[in-house]
Ligand binder design. Structure first.
Ligand code: C2E
Ligand code: MG
Ligand code: MG
Length: 584
């Protein structure tokens, strides 16, 4: 079990469907055997998927899948085409799918009738094929823009949060498709939740309104929790049957947050009806994991919700068992991480940093460890990313800093010579506006002089919004704190960048040290970092030094300090104390 949270692949990787770029066009003709040949060829050439259907079979084919556009051939029987258009439009309410009619030299009276029947656009079969394609693409784009407006506007809440705009069930799958299109260029997910409600209260006449209110409030609470990563990512609600609602979460960084929304809804439903609660089953499907088609995704969430209904009291299911397992594992770990500080499960270990000769102790790096009651010692490589995702890194990082500063000061108070204590800063902490105040308060509370605190920031962190970064570094530097760049060499910073940063030291990343004596490239990189450091008057420290050969090699290159198993692995405070020479 140990290590599983960091190792298990994300659900995206488990069953990823390719994201489609092309659109599906449904071509409806009077007689399917003879589609207008030139048009058909030109549509196929455009790269869109073309599905054909007879007028008679059109309703049925729309049950299976929703196309991005319906093209009705009015060449053979224009009156019949009009009646098909109006019956389809009635079904696909609110213009959610563009309907394009194809006819030669249509008389004005007919086009007026066609507009009234809900047609979006007309094409003349004699048009050059390039123009034809552009007009079709234009019709799709226009419709998607309208849907997108619905998606963005869907969050028009009143201040109580209860009156959320509810999308028509017929539009819902199209909204999902538009959300999928939006997410195509990001790493984010589109999630659909189907909430099926059973139990006595679902039979009451006021059920619909009161449950919709409950959903609206739960969704608002969820959005305010802040897991949604994109400002356009508002949740859309739709009532899809007498006792079921569908929710579209359009832009979600972590699919486990969709489960959190599901649990939130179940909890508030549980609370709301006291003795005779609702039975709320939640089914969740995700894109790109499960599908890239809006209607498909809705069906899959429905299936998952049906399965969840078999669980006592209403359950929560993702579409696939592997996703279920993955999410559950993450949420369990997340929950236990939340209580790790209060339960005293976190420990700080200390690794000595020494002069390159190995003779003088310079200080320690504080490295957090999680002593999990079931999983044993969990390494930071596994839980730091989770802590960063959830924002828990902020309280954890502050706790580590306070513990490490207090430890350094306690050693001085016990008569040891003062050392410098290095603490790692996460990008999440670094971007918080109150960072400098938090650090100042910790220094004040622990009594550690600022010059005895070192903050390690990573190179990649510094490359974001340069102006803000420099400003933050300058504020920290102004208080007298020592600043170093961790894992140096893995990013892309150049000498000219570095000149602008008020820093004191560079830490050569372990990956260049490992083979430094055998690999000429690594040796060249280490050499250039050391030269760069020297020219900027910075201290250079090598990380991960494990052998005497590596140390000696770095000494020849005139590296200033090192840290690594050769001297000591990170150890608990009691053991670290042995590296401090007693004051004479
Ligand atoms: P880092 O800051 O680059 O820390 C150095 C890592 O290299 C530590 O791993 C240390 O145990 C390991 N190490 C040191 N010497 C050697 C060696 O000679 N050989 C090998 N193979 N490894 C060596 P650890 O403790 O697992 O931490 C991993 C990363 O987790 C850290 O990398 C840091 O980025 C992060 N981390 C640890 N504690 C904290 C913390 O309190 N806050 C934050 N934000 N990040 C932390
Ligand atoms: Mg570090
Ligand atoms: Mg490092």
């Amino acid at each position: 079990m140990r290590g599983s949270p960091g190792i298990s692949p994300g659900p995206k990787m488990l069953n990823q469907a390719p994201r489609h770029v092309n659109k599906t066009i449904l071509l409806a003709t009077l007689s399917p055997e003879s589609p207008p040949t030139r048009l058909h060829a030109s549509l196929k050439g455009s790269g869109h998927a073309v599905v054909t259907s007879s007028f008679d079979a059109l309703q049925a084919s729309l049950e299976d899948a929703l196309p991005d556009l319906i093209l009705i051939d009015a060449l053979e029987n224009s009156e019949r085409a009009l009646s098909v258009c109006s019956s389809i439009r009635r079904r696909c309410e609110r213009d959610s799918i563009p309907i394009v009619l194809l006819r030669d030299a249509a008389p004005v009276s007919w086009t007026e009738q066609a507009c009234a029947a809900g047609a979006t656009e007309f094409l003349d079969s004699g048009m050059p094929s390039g123009l034809l394609e552009r007009r079709l693409d234009g019709a799709i784009a226009h419709m998607n823009r309208l849907l997108n407006d619905t998606l963005i506007g869907a969050n028009s809440l009143d201040p109580s949060g209860a009156a959320r705009e509810i999308a028509e069930p017929s539009v819902f799958p199209r909204l999902v498709s538009v959300a999928i299109d939006h997410c195509r260029t990001t790493d984010n997910n589109v999630c659909v939740l189907v909430i099926s409600v059973g139990g006595d209260p679902a039979l009451k006449p006021e059920f619909s309104d009161s449950f919709a209110n409950l959903l609206g409030l739960a969704v608002r609470e969820f959005e305010q929790d802040g897991p949604i990563s994109h400002p356009k990512g508002h949740v859309v609600i739709s009532r899809i049957s007498a006792c079921a609602f569908a929710l579209l979460v359009p832009d979600l960084g972590r699919i486990q947050d969709a489960a959190r929304l599901g649990y939130k809804i179940q909890e508030s439903a549980q609370r709301s009806e006291g003795a005779s609660p609702y039975q709320v089953s939640v089914g969740i499907s995700t894109s790109p994991g499960d599908s890239n088609n809006g209607l498909d995704l809705l069906h899959q969430a429905q299936e998952a919700s049906n399965l969840a209904q078999h669980d006592e009291g209403g359950g929560l299911n993702f579409r696939t068992e592997s996703t279920n397992r993955w999410v559950f594992e993450r949420l369990t770990l997340e929950r236990s991480l939340r209580s790790a500080i209060e339960n005293d499960e976190l420990v700080v270990f200390y690794q000595p940093k020494v002069s390159i000769s190995g003779r003088d102790l310079i200080g320690f790096e504080a490295l957090v460890r999680w002593q999990h009651p079931q999983l044993g010692m969990v390494s930071p490589a596994q839980f730091i990313p989770l802590a960063e995702e959830t924002g828990l890194i902020v309280p954890i990082g502050e706790w580590v800093m306070e513990t490490a500063c207090a430890q350094a000061q306690a050693w001085t108070n016990a008569g040891h010579p003062p050392i410098r204590m290095a603490v790692n800063l996460s990008p999440v902490q670094f971007r918080k506006a109150n960072l400098c105040d938090v650090v100042a308060e910790i220094l004040q509370r622990t009594g550690l002089p600022p010059s005895r605190l070192e903050l390690e920031v990573t190179e990649s962190m510094l490359m974001h919004s340069l102006k803000d970064t420099i400003h933050t570094l300058q504020r920290l530097k102004a208080t007298g704190i020592y600043l170093s760049i961790d894992d140096f060499g893995t990013g892309y910073s150049s000498l000219s960048y570095l000149k602008g940063f008020p820093i004191d030291a560079l830490k050569i990343d372990r990956s260049f040290v490992r083979d430094i004596t055998a690999n000429a490239d690594d040796a060249a990189i280490a050499t250039s970092i050391i030269l760069m450091g020297r020219s900027l008057n910075l201290n250079v420290i090598a990380e991960g030094v494990e052998t005497e050969n590596q140390r000696a090699f770095l000494e020849v290159l005139q590296c200033n300090e090192f840290q690594g198993y050769l001297m000591s692995p990170p150890v608990p405070a009691e053991k670290a104390e042995a590296f401090l020479t007693p004051a004479s």
